[in-house]
Design a protein around this ligand. Sequence first.
Ligand code: S3P
Length: 424
Amino acid sequence: MKLQHSTGLTGTITVPGDKSVSHRAVMLGALSDGVTHVTGFLMGEDCLSTIDCFRKMGVQIEVGADHDVTVHGVGLHGLQKPSARLYTGNSGTTTRLISGILAGQPFATTLTGDASIEKRPMGRIIRPLREMGADITGVDDKFCPLSIGPGHLHGIAYTLPVASAQLKSAILLAGLYADGPTTVIEPAPSRDHTERMLRALGCRVDTDGCRITVYPPEKLTARDVAVPADISSAAFFLVAGAIVPGSCVTIQGVGVNPTRDGVLEVLRSMGADITLSNLRDDGEPICDITVRASALHGTEIGGALIPRLIDELPVLAVAAACAQGETVIRDAAELKVKESNRIAAMVTELTRAGADVTETDDGMVIRGGRPLHGAAFQTYHDHRIAMSMAVCALVCQGESEIADDGVVAISYPDFFDALRRLGG
Ligand code: S3P
């Protein structure tokens, strides 16, 4: 894909459905009694992997036109043993959340994914699930493929070593099958879509600060899900609209759950002109967001903010490269174990464009304001690196090229079309 310097993005768009909510709608719909109609589902490869895994366990799932999905729930105890190993593709969310569910089943399964999944840390889910009584093993007790046998689960109280919603959710979902309540203690609040959806389906989930307790329910009762537009996908246009002079972009119906909206806080702290309108609530808070181009300045991003914008850090690094002054990103070592090492990837690619960036142990330091130039950017087969560098290309002088641009299909299949429609 070739990209040119942009003279301004203008218009109104709707970005695809939230990836985290789409995964959970299928998983919890499958475990519910009754039929779940999901609207606004993200038809990205990751969420299709989740559908595929549940179909292989006997769940009837219809994928209709226009992002509608219907899940015919089989109840908490209705999943069937798949005839082959389950394949989760590139999806960490599928792999980790489904492991929690599989730990409570009366049959054995093997779970595997692509080359990136086989490198991602799974010891973090193996340890607590084993503590609950699960029969789960992985390669060196750390990596996929995972083998999960039938186990009798009991409730535990577990302090997470990292603020990870995938890890939290894996334990809470296993907790549905435990013989007593299960408590997870987070170092900082991470996205709470699992807790919200479980409550909506009639399951008791108590939250007290960073302590979340799930009480094993007799059943989950199906309820339709309207998936909000994904703030993580909107983030590419928020940054593009802020840094490309002359831009004014509105993104409709974006999920602004307070555990996910750190990108708005940071962009505003950098001087971005962002307006929220039409705020409403449909299980998750949503609103329309308008961004106009403005001069940005450097900032500090760390601490409890990190889990609230973890997936937006690559594109925020692009914003920082265009801002006057220094931006420091710290406490973000988790970025090294995403679909790629996103710290190393962004430092290398921004440097290729002429930015002044230094890698640190848990983040990066970006001295912004240098003129950027077009280059042949690498994606590391990571959808968010591809889209972040596409945004960067809009402010680079000259032509840029994104190798392996098809990788955006993981979370945003129409990304380049949307960019073109806005004039990029
Ligand atoms: C997700 C949690 C985050 C995020 C990922 C989706 C989820 O991962 O990066 O894209 O849906 O729970 P971690 O839990 O590993 O931080």
